[in-house]
Design a protein around this ligand. Structure first.
Ligand code: SF4
Ligand code: SF4
Length: 371
């Protein structure tokens, strides 16, 4: 068995690129985690042990090499309306339903097993850094990995590392920032919340992606407008990047799988959904929020409705106020009605005021100041 056999099999299975690296610990990442403990504390609170993944030997003591597969998640177009609300990487995510990528990945591991190679696919080793060390791409100042060879050198890719107990010759690392000198750091200037505050330096607690799935409180007033129409994830710093222009300009065929479920992901359906709908229609595709946290989905949908500035959502927001008990959802509905304006919003807010108190009442009073 040599690298050529592995590469041939991976390409046959539809992966776009393959690289190989050593079992060396990821020292640079260790330094980052140690120097920015506060910003990353939430990761550990969520039970994700990133430190363990910094030394691949912790995951597979008899490991000898790491194979990195590159999969392209954006080979087909997604409906425009979904791209405005959801990160593209999540739109055809099959980690729960195991309908396509998972099958190819399983077949690849089966191939390794048939050749007497044990493998482990850890979720907590630094995927992008592993791929760069395997010579598959360079970094953007937005921290994304840009391919050296495939996807028109864009960042529309997912690196998948696999630790194996078989030694392969490592590829030449390309762990560096590969941005053209003429780019004036558009990604940093465009980050709506200032999460990307300097080249390759992000405060995850301010990143819209993080906020969309993990924030425990109502979105702070000072960033509600900036979060815009995002509901789950954020692609802004990739969309503005000139390194992605060629890939994003392609005329791609529509992804039928995603088109088929797009109605379920309409903002109105998210705002009014019950637990059964969430469990059967949404969670199998976007699963970062547990079943008892649908309030966050609803808050995000309500905020996005307000930020569309489209008055067609006023009746939905008014109806959802009484459907929901959660004060964060009610508060965001009030804010969005204030943002959308119009007489019918004002009348609804005045009626909500009569039956509300505490934080919800404060939000309603704030919203009424918009009129
Ligand atoms: S926007 Fe510019 S600086 Fe940012 S990742 Fe793209 S090329 Fe690099
Ligand atoms: S994903 Fe969005 S919020 Fe996060 S750093 Fe990029 S532009 Fe900023």
């Amino acid at each position: 068995m040599d690298k050529k056999d592995v590469i041939k099999k991976a390409l046959e299975l539809g992966f776009a690129d393959v690289g190989f690296t050593t079992m060396e610990p990821f020292e640079s990442q260790k330094d980052i985690l140690n120097s920015r403990k506060e910003e990353y504390a939430w990761v550990f609170e969520k039970g994700i042990n990133l430190k363990k993944g910094l030394d691949p030997k912790n995951i597979m003591p008899n490991g000898k090499s790491i194979i990195v597969l590159i999969d392209l998640y954006f080979k087909e177009a997604f409906p425009n309306v979904l791209e405005g609300h959801f990160g593209r990487a999540y739109l055809d995510d099959d980690r729960i339903i195991r309908s396509h990528l998972s099958k190819r990945f399983k077949a690849f591991r089966g191939f390794l097993r048939d050749n007497n190679i044990e493998s482990k696919a850890p979720f907590n080793i630094p995927h992008r850094l592993t791929a760069a060390r395997a010579g598959l791409g360079t970094f953007g100042k937005n921290n994304f990995l840009y391919s050296n060879k495939v996807a028109l050198q864009s960042s529309c890719l997912s690196p998948i590392p696999i630790i194996v107990n078989y030694e392969f010759e490592p590829d030449e690392p390309t762990v560096e920032v590969g941005c053209p000198k003429w780019c004036k750091s558009t990604c940093i200037a465009s980050c709506p919340t200032g999460a990307l505050r300097a080249p390759n330096t992000i405060d995850p607690r301010k990143c819209i992606s993080y906020l969309s799935y993990y924030q425990e409180e109502i979105t702070p007033l000072e960033i509600r407008e900036q979060v815009g129409t995002w509901v789950y994830g954020c692609d802004r710093c990739q969309e503005v990047c000139p390194r992605n222009r060629a890939w994003l300009s392609q005329d791609l065929p529509i992804n039928e799988r995603v088109l088929a479920k797009s109605k379920d992901f309409e903002l109105s359906n998210l705002l009014h959904m019950d637990l059964k709908f969430y469990q059967s229609k949404i969670w199998p595709h976007m699963f970062y929020m547990p079943f008892n946290e649908t309030w966050r989905w609803k808050m995000n949908a309500a905020r996005a409705m307000g930020n569309t500035l489209d008055p067609k959502y006023i009746p939905d927001l008014v109806r959802a106020f009484d459907e929901n008990e959660d004060e964060k959802v009610k508060g965001m509905i009030s804010w969005s009605l204030g943002r959308l304006g119009r007489e019918e919003s004002k009348i609804a807010l005045e009626s909500f005021l009569l039956k509300s108190n505490g934080k919800v009442r404060e939000e309603i009073l704030l919203a009424l100041k918009q009129f």
